[in-house]
Design a protein around this ligand. Sequence first.
Ligand code: ASP
Length: 322
Amino acid sequence: MLKRLLAGCLSVFFVAAAAAQEYPTRTINIVVPFAPGGPTDTVTRLVGQAMGKSLGQTMIVENVAGAGGTIGVEKVARAKPDGYTLLLMHIGISTAPSLYRSLPFDPVKDLEPVGLVTNVPMTVIGNKDFAPKDMKELIAYVKANKDKVTYANAGVGAASHLCGMLFMTAIQTDLTTVPYKGTGPAMTDLIGGQVDFMCDQTTNTTPQIKGGKVKGMAVTTKTHVKSLNELPTVEESGLKGFEVAVWHGMWAPAGTPKPVIDKLSAALKTALKDPAVVSKFAELGTEPVAESRATPEAARAHLKAEIEKWAPIIKKAGVYAD
Ligand code: ASP
């Protein structure tokens, strides 16, 4: 009896090991927890296409939007750990544990990191008819008109939510927020004039700023962004110490075999050196992380540090969701 059980266990083990060796033998899904056409979608499509080349399989983006990205993350946390369902998520994976009173997953325990991907600056942008013409005017204007100004974001847990929360804390003014399933659709409404302003990643805002469809007001990094060099920083515009950038990482469900994770991490490293990825990233105001950061170890350590970094800041802001 015991012998048969042992033999059974061993054969399951060998089948799993062989599958990991052969991986990947079919299309891989990458879940983007926001709507199509937004910044996370853009980064994922670029990286996924390049990774697919070295893995010899197609990587398909699946947009699972809602609740500031937490619905998509939960889907991957509960997916089969076979390497065919992955997640591309950003800083929001580290703020959600503090923002949500009952989060249905633990990003550290329920996910297996593949590696970090990129760090994207944000920009404060307004619709073309929005009264303030620059960041300094915007600060004064929203303080004076707080009951009528609207701020678009992609829900509690999104980077646009985090940036807005930091901004409102910095100017000690609460504004009306309008949540979307991603800043792709939020951008459409901003261009259409249905909302006044938002803070979103350069990977989404650069073409719209350069094309004159929205008013670029400031960047949220400490230094200027090369591709949008005319924009001042938020700090230069008067909010001392204001800084936020949006790191991204790739994850698989916890329990994904190590050989699979290693193959994915190697493909991620190759993708981040792909000239098409590097030049498109530069055009959109960002760059790939250093090779040593596109690893499970770096992503694991970064996630833990970021959860610790944001917890007291969110607690102080007093923002919670159920
Ligand atoms: N990254 C989100 C998106 O792709 C938006 C956000 O986090 O603010 O729509």
